[in-house]
Design a protein around this ligand. Structure first.
Ligand code: AMP
Length: 299
């Protein structure tokens, strides 16, 4: 049950940039037994992010949303510089959603030691086996950067609960695994992917798409739904629907990095049908890299 309101919460959202200041104010709230829900984001918010915020609001006294475009999870040729940063618009959305704190650290504040990735903690090392295939194969160092920043954010916020989207399936799996080895006792929730009406998974990167690319991007979710439909219709050989789907998807998008069916926990590729599976893809439409996935439950 949520506890009664207190004077520290005057219903105005506060933006905090300094991690020490955030820790102080959250410390006071924790001493009053307030529960803290945390939603880490890179901003350019959409309904996917807001669904996580709503879940946190429901389950906790206080909701903290971080907005930080994390340099260490971008490769040298990736879109770190051009990643959208509409902070004013994001603040309006978060205020409307009745978020209590928005944490907007600077790269210097998060990485006083510099951006070079040095040594992973044992908790991170335990999750490394989940970073080898799928996106990890095409974005070397990406999940190390994600783990480093999420561990730092967890250390600062130390929430009761943290919320992630199933849209970034591999990321959620890696974070859950890392969290098992961390000393903070945070409960992680992975929430369903929010889609546009036509099925395209919402993403901050969708705004890079031209109208023509936006039309072609629709093939991404349609391909995944088609694979699921075939398997639920009784297809036993997983290779067949995947190779057909791969061929068809390649006609609409500019390149397909991977299209695979894997075990939902180990993320290892499957050749045989099992109760629960995930089909995932990453592809380029123009210069925009899109990822999506769909869970397949056969019973
Ligand atoms: P990002 O700002 O892209 O780092 O995403 C922040 C959080 O929002 C991550 O946990 C994402 O998985 C989640 N998220 C992004 N897009 C969606 C979506 N379409 N539906 C649900 N969650 C999402």
């Amino acid at each position: 049950m949520l506890s009664a309101p207190c004077a520290l919460l005057d219903h105005l959202m506060k933006q905090i940039t300094d991690s020490k200041q955030l820790q102080d104010v959250l410390g006071k709230l924790k001493r009053r037994r307030k529960t803290i829900g945390f939603v880490p984001t890179m901003g350019a918010l959409h309904e996917g992010h807001l669904s996580l915020v709503r879940k946190s609001r429901k389950q906790n006294d206080i909701t903290v949303v971080s907005i930080f475009v994390n340099p260490t999870q971008f490769g040298p040729k990736e879109d770190f510089k051009k990643y959208p940063r509409p902070l004013r618009k994001d603040s309006v959305l978060l205020k409307k959603a009745e978020v209590n704190f928005i944490f907007t650290p600077t790269p210097e504040g998060m990485y006083p030691e510099g951006l070079e990735k040095k040594g992973l903690s044992p908790a991170m090392k335990a999750a490394l086996s989940l970073t080898k295939n799928l996106c990890g194969k095409f974005r070397p160092g990406h999940f190390e950067g994600v783990m480093i920043v999420v561990e730092k954010l967890f250390r600062i916020v130390q929430p009761s609960r943290a919320y992630f989207g199933a849209k970034d399936y591999q990321q959620a799996a890696v974070i859950q695994k890392m969290n098992e080895g961390l000393p903070f006792k945070i409960k992680i929730y992975v929430e369903p992917t929010i889609r546009e009406k036509d099925g395209l998974a919402m993403s901050s990167r969708n705004q890079y798409l031209s109208p023509e690319e936006r039309k072609r991007a629709l093939a991404v979710s349609q391909t995944l739904f088609e694979v699921r439909r075939k398997i639920l219709a009784g297809e036993k050989n997983l290779k067949k629907p995947i190779s057909e789907a791969h061929r068809k998807l390649a006609l609409s998008v500019d390149s397909v990095q991977y299209l695979e069916i894997v075990d939902p926990e180990t993320l290892k590729p499957l050749s045989k049908v099992q109760k629960k599976m995930v089909v995932l893809t990453a592809c380029y439409v123009g210069k925009t890299r899109l990822i999506d996935n769909v869970i397949i439950r056969t019973s």
